[in-house]
Design a protein around this ligand. Structure first.
Ligand code: SAM
Length: 187
């Protein structure tokens, strides 16, 4: 069976992340990706996870504690547009994941936005190691979602082919705006 965009995002991350690596979860939410990344990098690695909502940090902290994965993770109660203020100058990353949209079963007006997503991408790309990947899963069915999809699409299309490979993955015959995945790989 074909993988959902969410499932495929994990496949793409798993292919490149090794124990001891540094990685970013740009939109922690309930912590599913944060926990997944924490398992991949192990206790010698580093996961930097961001969210603007207190409830995301609470849910993620609980998930990590239950799974004994707290050691390698730092949770930041701040937007991913501030990544540059958190990562040390010399820190390089193997991968980053963005799940763009709103926190499921929560306030639908607290959404990621084109401006802050662009700022985060601008900060992460120079830190990406060769063969490193940034994966974005874009939900766009809500108010404001289309603008974000447009930004991501345009941003990705304009990345120079000499330095980056970019793919999209989407189901094109599904109802209800299924998420669209973008993966940027540094050459
Ligand atoms: C689709 S959810 C993420 C789901 C998450 N990956 C999970 O496993 O549950 C999007 C999240 O982005 C968060 N968010 C909104 N603006 C943000 C920003 N500027 N920086 C970081 N996170 C932000 C929202 O609070 C929400 O929790």
């Amino acid at each position: 069976m074909l993988q959902t965009a969410l499932h495929f995002s994990h496949t793409l991350l798993k292919e490149v992340i090794k124990e001891g690596d540094s990685v970013v979860d740009a939109t922690m939410g309930n912590g599913n990706d944060t926990a997944f990344l924490a398992e991949l990098v192990g206790t010698k690695g580093d996961v930097y996870a961001f969210d603007v909502q207190e409830q995301a940090l609470t849910a993620t902290a609980k998930k990590l504690t239950d799974a004994n994965l707290t050691k390698q993770v730092q949770l930041f109660h701040q937007g991913h547009e501030t990544i540059e203020t958190v990562l040390a100058k010399e820190t390089l990353i193997t991968a980053a994941i963005f799940n763009l949209g709103y926190l499921p079963k929560s306030d639908k007006t607290i959404i990621t936005t084109p401006d802050t997503t662009k700022q985060a991408l601008d900060a992460l790309l120079p830190r990406l190691i060769p063969k490193g990947r940034i994966v974005l899963v874009v939900y766009y069915g809500h108010d404001g979602g289309e603008a974000e999809l447009e930004l991501v699409q345009e941003y990705c299309q304009n990345l120079p082919q000499e330095h980056y490979s970019v793919l999209t993955y989407q189901f094109i015959n599904q109802r209800n705006n299924p998420p669209i995945l973008f993966c940027i790989e540094k050459k």
